[in-house]
Design a protein around this ligand. Sequence first.
Ligand SMILES: NC(=O)c1ccc[n+]([C@@H]2O[C@H](COP(=O)([O-])OP(=O)(O)OC[C@H]3O[C@@H](n4cnc5c(N)ncnc54)[C@H](O)[C@@H]3O)[C@@H](O)[C@H]2O)c1
Length: 279
Amino acid sequence: MTVDLAGKVATVTGAGSGLGAAMARCFAEAGAGVAALDIDEAGAAATAAAIGDELGVPTTSVRVDVGDPASITAAASHVEATLGRCDVLCANVGVQQFGAIDALSDEDWQWVIGVNVLGTVRTVRAFLPLIRAAEGFRRIVLTASSSVLSPGVRLGAYQTSKFAVMGFGETLRDELAGEGIGVTILFPGGMITRHLESSVLARPAALGPTEVDPADLDAMLAQKPMADGDVVMPEHAIRNLLADLEADEPYSVTHGSYRPYYEARRDAMDAALDRMERS
Ligand SMILES: NC(=O)c1ccc[n+]([C@@H]2O[C@H](COP(=O)([O-])OP(=O)(O)OC[C@H]3O[C@@H](n4cnc5c(N)ncnc54)[C@H](O)[C@@H]3O)[C@@H](O)[C@H]2O)c1
């Protein structure tokens, strides 16, 4: 790790837990102040307090629901009022809804797309003025998923949303390139977090309850079995993230084990292009 973020501020959504909390800590370890945002107010506050106590950087926390445009706009105002700037933004919130394609309801799709896709777009839109007002090292990290590299069954809504995050990120990177604001799409693989539990908790009551059906997990694992080392702690998963951001890499992965699935798809696409060129 070489990047020095002293005097800078990193804002992380979903920072109350798991990957977001790990990212917040990693930026603080590089010297940045941290704004921890989460629908779980206590979780965000705990992340900010622990980082502030242990690392001595300025921190703040605020409750945000990225599914609600007014909430994310208010959170950006809070960060500006408390920490004064935003140099690094991690739009990291994602919710999971397992289910076979014919079992997922309109409400399931509405929620997953609303939070994972529109929530990501809104987060960037709300914080972009602050990022543009800063100078020097500025980065936006969008949390997609290894399921974009290696799609699996029973994940239709989730991986559709994460493909959309990637599509958004590709355009965002091109649109911001001339301003010196780097955009990196992060593709996390399996991590030990509260993802399933926090997703169930975060779903708005108006959309009806949800629960994880173990049969969906079994079907997913039967199609793509996990090996030792495929599920890791988030801190370990992001050990290369700062280096990737410093190099302004477009993509950052957390596991190498998805390579064969990705290569199989790339080979199929190459073959499709070859057939077209020969026709
Ligand atoms: N855990 C994995 O194996 C895994 C794999 C690939 C991708 N991811 C992605 O990593 C990201 C972080 O997930 P995690 O594994 O750290 O899970 P997590 O549950 O530990 O953290 C997610 C956080 O998002 C918050 N959240 C949920 N809905 C919200 C909303 N509407 N507004 C604001 N905050 C909200 C939750 O309260 C929680 O604190 C997600 O985008 C997820 O899709 C996770």
